[in-house]
Design a protein around this ligand. Structure first.
Ligand SMILES: [Zn+2]
Length: 337
């Protein structure tokens, strides 16, 4: 069986290739044979974590929530910090990628598996520019590496130690900065997975780190209690579709923008379109059933996620199809009221 992996995947030098590329090869209908002999190069496994070079200046640490690592002259910019318990392994993985210090941290959302390493990583870093903290928790001191997030993350992290809180928060649509010779846009999605998600777009690397608005393992988690909504989720996916450019007209190159989901395998624009369409179709089914006067129990029984259960049902996982349907139902009825 022959498989053509996308160019960026083939080029990627892995610690352990079997994670992301294996998922990709399965998706493209291939086996694993051609991957098992992949050469070991610079990076090596850090415990259960995998390091993946997706661009010369951009790496992904996989094995927890996906962590984006941009490297260059200025140092290291990290997007998401993983769970607290993995912080030593994450730090070790970052060290393998670059000897330079961590300069900046971006949190894509408030979940513990994305912000748990904040404290350890900010303490391990070295601030590049003094005196730039523009707000955030009372812990913000001038020597700490800034942790950037949407403002709501600070609110949702009230139970975390203060040293883990974001120090640089914003509540408008687009925050930007320039690090390592490239523009970085941090785009707020106001009511998607939660009320405080951001996606981080590295314009020269052509990589978007999407956080939990995109999760290829399962239906997207919509946390209605923390301000998430189905409409905002679809809006966030549409924004990703707009940011990403696919490999056209020369499709055979399999190049194009790389979208890093919060969890699961790396995506291109087509993958995000497919995911967005899946979410939209299920939303439409739930809405039609709601309009027909069905109760939540009746809607669940009608199986509006039919056709997608095999791929996104995630049996045994915490985020079941029923919970997804319930989140859609609740967010649609909130809208009506
Ligand atoms: Zn997550």
């Amino acid at each position: 069986m022959t498989t053509t992996l996308p160019d960026w995947c083939r080029r990627a030098r892995f610690a352990a290739v079997l994670g992301v590329c294996a998922a990709l090869s399965l998706r493209h209908g291939g086996g694993l044979e051609h991957l098992t002999a992949a050469p070991q190069t610079a990076a090596a496994p850090s415990g259960s974590l995998e390091i993946l070079e997706v661009r010369p200046s951009f790496f992904v640490i996989a094995g927890t929530a996906n962590i984006g690592v941009q490297v260059g002259e200025d140092g290291v910019v990290v997007v998401d910090t993983g769970p607290a318990g993995e912080a030593p392994a994450v730090l070790a993985a970052i060290k393998r990628i670059s000897p330079k210090p961590i300069r900046y941290i971006i949190d894509t959302g408030p979940d513990a598996d994305h912000v748990g390493g904040n404290e350890a990583l900010t303490q391990a870093g070295e601030k590049l520019v003094l005196g730039t903290n523009s707000g955030g928790g009372p812990n913000a001191t001038d020597s700490m590496v800034p942790i950037l997030s949407a403002e709501g993350v600070l609110r949702h992290m009230a139970t975390f130690p203060a040293a883990a809180w974001p120090t640089d928060v914003f509540n408008y649509s687009r925050k930007y900065m320039y690090f390592n010779g490239e523009a970085i846009e941090v785009l707020h999605q106001s009511a998607a997975h939660t009320d405080s998600d951001v996606v981080a777009f590295f314009r020269r690397s052509d990589v978007v780190v999407a956080g939990d608005v995109l999760d290829t393992r399962q239906f997207p988690v919509i946390d209605v209690d923390r301000g998430g909504s189905i409409q905002g989720e679809i809006a966030a996916l549409n924004r990703l579709v707009e940011l990403a450019v696919p490999s056209v007209p020369i499709v055979a190159r399999e190049a194009g923008t790389i979208v890093v989901p919060g969890h699961g395998r790396l995506c291109d624009q087509y993958d995000v379109v497919e995911y967005r369409d899946m979410v939209t179709i299920i939303r439409d089914r739930v809405r039609a059933l709601t309009k027909a006067g069905r109760s939540l129990a009746e809607i669940k029984a009608a199986q509006p996620a039919k056709g997608y259960m095999g791929r996104y049902g995630n049996p045994g996982g915490a985020w079941t199809a029923d919970r997804f349907i319930e989140a859609i139902y609740r967010s649609l009825s909130k809208e009506k009221s």
